[in-house]
Every structure is written in structure tokens, then in C-alpha cells.
Design a protein around this ligand. Structure first.
Ligand SMILES: Nc1nc2c(ncn2[C@@H]2O[C@H](COP(=O)(O)OP(=O)(O)OP(=O)(O)O)[C@@H](O)[C@H]2O)c(=O)[nH]1
Ligand SMILES: [Mg+2]
Length: 412
């Protein structure tokens, strides 16, 4: 059994910082989010080295389609979400600037002659990152992309590089041809079943990258009107390549559909829950006076309000009271982690803080999911049973701990 799960059983031994449920509910409903609290939350978020995927490719090569397919965001959300960050690059924070746990950099300057990657590179230097080169499978005019990549690779030979070879069907002999199943490009190979022209083109493109250790992932992320199935052909291979070089568990964090219910609201709320849960966990885990239980609760308040916004339902005292009384005040007691330090000094401060951080992140994640479940049943006009809420909370607590432990532990 993991340490953090153990700690759940100790939480009953910790003195409860909330004299009664009402104290917690008041803080959630009417957050005292002043400038100081906002600054603390911001400082915590800045400590999180959000991974940056640097998409390096010509215009119309399929960069935004990759973001759309990895994150489940719509084209409009991506279009509106991009904000300039350097003179030549735009940044897309997922799910949004406040809760981002994944960022995409799109180098628009590549279309300009004589593009110099140094400024964008400098911006990237502070972050964990991955370069995804995006080239259409049948497009061989790649000088601008290659010269930028060489510049990046020379300065940072250790940065992992994935080359996405997109729009595969443009290399099929005719419209009648369907995607080849099973996926014929596993482990960098190109099987005999791939049409000769496409095969030739993919191999030729790979030659351009001689001397650069890159992983090649052929894919075809089509629109519904293109009428190809599946619309995310090659997605598994792309995730495999990403997780191999950046083992952060991002895929599991992004795939929000696993859970007690599966609807559009649940999906939309999921990445925000992840983002806030990481922030809350860090607030408990970072050993600075700035972070405290008050900060954790302020973050949870933001989370609850943002879920209510997603569902278009009011956040009432009644709703939070029902959830808290179903899951028990005991679970809230362990948040923040200061008590833990007193209780188990034998672990040493670092381990204790890390356990407290994962616990707090898991509780925050589970509270968010339980609220989603609550709202979803409310929408359907269904009666809510306390034992069902508790069941959802417990299942999501375990899942949240698994999903978020690496993100938190890396920071402590
Ligand atoms: N069939 C197919 N179409 C794709 C693929 N990737 C992108 N497209 C299409 O190509 C067009 C451009 O794709 P985007 O993802 O917007 O390309 P982009 O690189 O973000 O383009 P800019 O933002 O203009 O630089 C869109 O119509 C996409 O639907 C792919 O893998 N397969
Ligand atoms: Mg784009």
C-alpha cells in the first residue's frame, strides 16, 4: 500500500482545522480571495514547470490539429486560446492560463524568411519540453523547418524530438483507400502494406533528419467531413512516443472520460480539476510559509466555482454540505499537511511534505469529481444518495492519487 493511502487512515487522528462543516463551506462559497491570496496561488503555479510542447512546422502542416486531438479542445478554443509570448511565437495554455498543466508553443515566425529560433529557444529554456516537428507526409519543401530544428538541436542536443508526418491519406492512391489496420508504422517501421508513393515519401523525409535522433510518428488527424476512420489515426503511437521521452503520465491526466459518468460537462471540467488539484497539492507540499491550508481552500473554492460554471448550475451551501457530510469532515482535516509534520516526524520533512501534497491533490481531485457527479445527477433530476457520493469520492480519491503523485513528488 502506498504511503499516501496509508495517510488517509491517519487523517482521523489529526485535529480538524475546521471547527464545523460550516466554516469550510463559508470559505468555499465566499472565498476571501484578496491580492495576497492570489499572489500565493500564482507563486505556487509558477513553481510548477509546466511541460511545453514546441510545435515546429509550416503553416497548415497540422500543428493545431495535434493540439486538438491530444487535448480534446475544439478548433475555436485553440484559435482563441493562443496568446503571443515572443515576437515570433504563440502560446496555448491547457486548459487555461490559470490551471495550465500543459502548454503548446506554435512558432509562427517559421513562415518568415530567415527565421531565428534563438528568442523562442530562450523562452523554452526554463521549461520541461519536447519538440514536435510537424510535416505533411507528402510535402518536401521543409528547408525553413529543418534549419530552425538544426539551430535548436545544436544548442540543445538533449531535447527530445518527435517528427509527426501528417495527413497520410494525401499519399494514398485514391479516395477509396481506407487507413491500414493494424497501424503499419509501429516502432518506426513502415510495413509492406503501405502504398509505395507514401512509403517512399516518408522514407525520403526521414533522410532529412540524418544525424538528429528523432522519433517518427506517421499520423492522420482528420475532420469528420474527411470521412476517414478513425479520425485520430496514429494517436496511440504519438502518445507512446511522448510518454517515452516525457514520462509524466500526461495521457492519463488528459483522458478525462474514465469515471463514474461520462458527459460533455464531465469532460470539460476534467482538465480544470487536474490543474487545480496539482496547485492545491503543491500548496500543501511546498515548505514555505506562503503555502497554507488557507491557500489550499482558496484553490478548492476556485475549483468548485469553475465546475459550477461548466455545469451552468449555482454553487449552493446545500450542495457542498451534502458532499462534505457524505465523504466526512475527516478527509478535509488532513489537507495542508502541517499537522502531518507533527504526527510523523520519523519520515523526515521532505517525505512528509510530499505525502501531504499528494494527499491534498487527491482530496481536491476527488472533491471536484464528486461535485461533477452531484451536478450531473441534479441536472437529470435524480435523487442523490450519500453512499453513492461517498463511493464516487473514494474511487476518485484513489485515481487522483495515482494520476497526480508524480507531478507533486517531482516538485518537493
Ligand atoms: N487529413 C488530414 N488533415 C489534416 C491533418 N492535420 C491537419 N489537417 C488539416 O489541415 C489543415 C491545417 O491544419 P492545422 O492543424 O490548422 O494546421 P496548422 O499547422 O495549425 O496551421 P496554421 O495555424 O495555419 O499554422 C486543416 O484543414 C486540418 O483539418 C492530418 O493529419 N490529416
Ligand atoms: Mg494552427
Amino acid at each position: 500500500m502506498s504511503k499516501f493511502t496509508n495517510w488517509k487512515s491517519w487523517s482521523g487522528k489529526i485535529s480538524n482545522p475546521f471547527s464545523n462543516t460550516s466554516a469550510y463551506i463559508d470559505k468555499i462559497i465566499k472565498p476571501q480571495v484578496d491580492k495576497a491570496a492570489e499572489d500565493k496561488i500564482k507563486a505556487i503555479h509558477e513553481r510548477l514547470p509546466v511541460p511545453v510542447f514546441w510545435l515546429l512546422g509550416k503553416t497548415q502542416s497540422g500543428k493545431s490539429s495535434i493540439i486538438r486531438t491530444l487535448t480534446g479542445s475544439s478548433a475555436a478554443e485553440i484559435g482563441n486560446g493562443f496568446k503571443p509570448c515572443t515576437r515570433t511565437a504563440m502560446l496555448f495554455d491547457f486548459p487555461d492560463a490559470e490551471t495550465a498543466f500543459l502548454r503548446f508553443l506554435d512558432t509562427r515566425g517559421l513562415s518568415e524568411k530567415g527565421y531565428d529560433a534563438s528568442e523562442d529557444m530562450k523562452w523554452c529554456e526554463q521549461q520541461a519540453h519536447l519538440v514536435i516537428v510537424v510535416i505533411k507526409a507528402m510535402d518536401h519543401q521543409q528547408e525553413s523547418v529543418l534549419s530552425a530544428l538544426k539551430q535548436v538541436h545544436k544548442a540543445h542536443p538533449k531535447w527530445p524530438i518527435i517528427v509527426a508526418q501528417t495527413a497520410l491519406h494525401e499519399g494514398y492512391p485514391g479516395r477509396a483507400m481506407a487507413h491500414i489496420q493494424p497501424y503499419p508504422f509501429a516502432d518506426g517501421r513502415i510495413s509492406e502494406s503501405v502504398p509505395a508513393d507514401l512509403r517512399c515519401s516518408l522514407l525520403k523525409q526521414r533522410e532529412y533528419f540524418a544525424g538528429i535522433a528523432a522519433t517518427f510518428v506517421p499520423l492522420d488527424f482528420t475532420l469528420p467531413e474527411d470521412d476517414y476512420a478513425p479520425a485520430d489515426y496514429g494517436l496511440d503511437a504519438l502518445w507512446d512516443a511522448i510518454e517515452l521521452v516525457l514520462p509524466l503520465g500526461l495521457r492519463a491526466m488528459l483522458e478525462g472520460h474514465i469515471g463514474a459518468i461520462n458527459d460533455v460537462y464531465w469532460q470539460a471540467a476534467h482538465p480544470h480539476i487536474i490543474g487545480y488539484a496539482i496547485s492545491a497539492g503543491l500548496a500543501a507540499a511546498i515548505p514555505v510559509p506562503a503555502a497554507s491550508l488557507g491557500t489550499v481552500v482558496a484553490i478548492q473554492s476556485k475549483l468548485f466555482h469553475s465546475i459550477a460554471h461548466v455545469y451552468g448550475l449555482p454553487l449552493t451551501k446545500q450542495s457542498i454540505r451534502e458532499i462534505i457530510s457524505a465523504v466526512g469532515m475527516g478527509v478535509l482535516a488532513g489537507m495542508g499537511g502541517r499537522e502531518l509534520l507533527k504526527l510523523i516526524p520519523a519520515y523526515g520533512q521532505t517525505v512528509a511534505l510530499s505525502v501531504a501534497g499528494v494527499y491534498t491533490a487527491a482530496v481536491t481531485y476527488a472533491l471536484g469529481k464528486t461535485l461533477c457527479f452531484y451536478f450531473s445527477k441534479t441536472q437529470q433530476g435524480k435523487a442523490l444518495q450519500a453512499d453513492k457520493l461517498r463511493e464516487v469520492f473514494n474511487a476518485e480519491f484513489a485515481r487522483g492519487g495515482e494520476l497526480l503523485r508524480n507531478s507533486i513528488k517531482k516538485q518537493v
